[in-house]
Ligand binder design. Structure first.
Ligand SMILES: [Zn+2]
Length: 399
């Protein structure tokens, strides 16, 4: 039996497919594995026996579906390897370490200078990982991979593309910088794609193979998930919903265009409006709290943002027709006033469902499960668990 690292990275072998299918959902029955891998039941059964003998798969508690014999739940052996997820944020870094049974072993946060460089980040992440691994009694070499989440579109080979909240990082190959320091497989994705992976693995999108996520935070991002895969597009720009241009004569955007959705409904912009209008510099958390409390001036800014956000979601619906929208990010924490406004605007800006079956053909709107930046750091862990966004020497849009 080959080792866990080879099984994780082997996209083609039946045993690798079983291991990755269990890693993606944490625990599974043999029937679920037959369904998710497409392998014959007898093949799954034989390979599970081998994987158990090799100490890679463990029997867990049984799962009853209410009738017949309860099904045996299986998980990966937590001691077989660990994964780390790293959030590279504006002036902060957060690192989580998980085992293969999805238990969070360590979750730490530290501040960085506002203008920290990718090299500073890689050095700090390395020393922090060394420290955390030592506390856990784990050797760094046991890390099956490190996932990096960054607020920018990222190319398949790990280059940060235009649109980053860390503008000086544009053009840097972040995967190469981290690979040099960490010496283990590196996975990189933008934070909204990581958010979608977190929702698929632990949150509002468990068991949902098709959905579109909109993340309304300081910036606006998103993810398109089709058949259980987060779509990246030809170059990594897929679902950059914040940069849909809604008004060619609108305000200039950080991407270089004008009138992008982000210039109307992005948190940075809302804070700027609040500062210009009310002369107060506040944080996004304070903004959300004031809007939640119904302070009229802030509630109005949220209404206006919801109007534009619903318009943007209407466009996404016209193009993709998803059955489910997940609404994530700090603005979602404003609650009903934002979500209801957004749904009203969405109805005005998308194809109306037929009168005889309106409910059947409407998408569902669900607020994401995670709060703060938990979705981003856990999504970075899920990059490794789901082998998404891994940088390989042979880069192709299909990887
Ligand atoms: Zn833009």
């Amino acid at each position: 039996m080959v080792g866990i690292r080879e099984l994780f990275e082997d996209q083609a072998s039946p045993a690798g497919r079983i291991v990755r299918a269990i890693a993606a959902i944490g625990s599974a029955t043999a029937t679920q594995l037959v369904k998710s891998t497409g392998l014959a039941r007898s093949t799954v059964s034989t390979l599970l026996t081998e994987l158990k003998d090799g100490g890679i798969v463990l029997d867990m508690d049984t799962k009853s579906n209410g009738f017949g014999r309860p099904s045996q739940l299986l998980s990966l052996n937590p001691a077989a390897g660990r994964c780390a997820g790293v959030l590279l944020g504006l002036g902060e870094i957060r690192i989580a370490i998980c085992d293969l049974a999805h238990t969070v072993l360590s979750d730490i946060w530290f501040a960085m200078d506002k203008d920290y460089t990718p090299q500073d980040a890689a050095r700090c992440v390395r020393s922090s990982l060394e420290e955390q691994c030592a506390l856990l009694g784990v050797d760094m070499s046991e890390l099956l991979g490190v996932g990096l989440a960054i607020s920018a579109p990222v190319s398949y080979d790990g280059e940060i593309l235009n649109g980053s909240i860390l503008p000086t990082w544009c053009g840097t190959n972040i995967a190469a910088v981290f690979s040099e320091q960490l010496g283990c497989p590196i996975h990189v994705e933008n934070e909204s794609h990581c958010g979608a992976l977190a929702e698929m693995t632990w949150g509002a999108a468990v068991g949902e193979p098709n959905f579109v996520l909109f993340k309304f935070d300081l910036g606006i991002g998103g993810a398109i998930v089709i058949d259980g895969t987060v779509q990246r597009g030809a170059h990594g720009y897929a679902a950059e919903f914040g940069h849909m241009s809604l008004d060619p004569r609108g305000p200039p955007c950080r991407c270089g265009n004008r009138g992008c959705l982000e210039t109307f409904a992005g948190g940075f912009q809302l804070l700027r409006y609040a500062e210009q209008s009310f002369g107060e510099t506040i944080s996004i958390e304070q903004f959300v709290e004031r809007a939640r409390n119904g302070e009229a001036a802030y509630a109005r800014l949220v209404d206006d943002a919801a109007e534009m956000a619903g318009w943007g979601m209407g466009i996404a619906f016209t193009i993709l027709n998803p059955p489910l929208f997940i609404i994530a990010g700090k603005l979602a924490e404003v609650g009903e006033s934002f979500i209801n406004g957004l749904e009203r605007s969405f109805a005005r800006h998308s194809v109306a469902p037929p009168a005889h079956s309106p409910e059947k053909r409407k998408p569902r709107f669900v607020v994401g499960t995670f709060r703060g930046n938990d979705d981003t750091v856990m999504g970075a862990v899920a990059l490794v668990l789901r082998q998404h966004g891994r940088i390989t020497s042979e880069v192709s849009p299909a990887s």
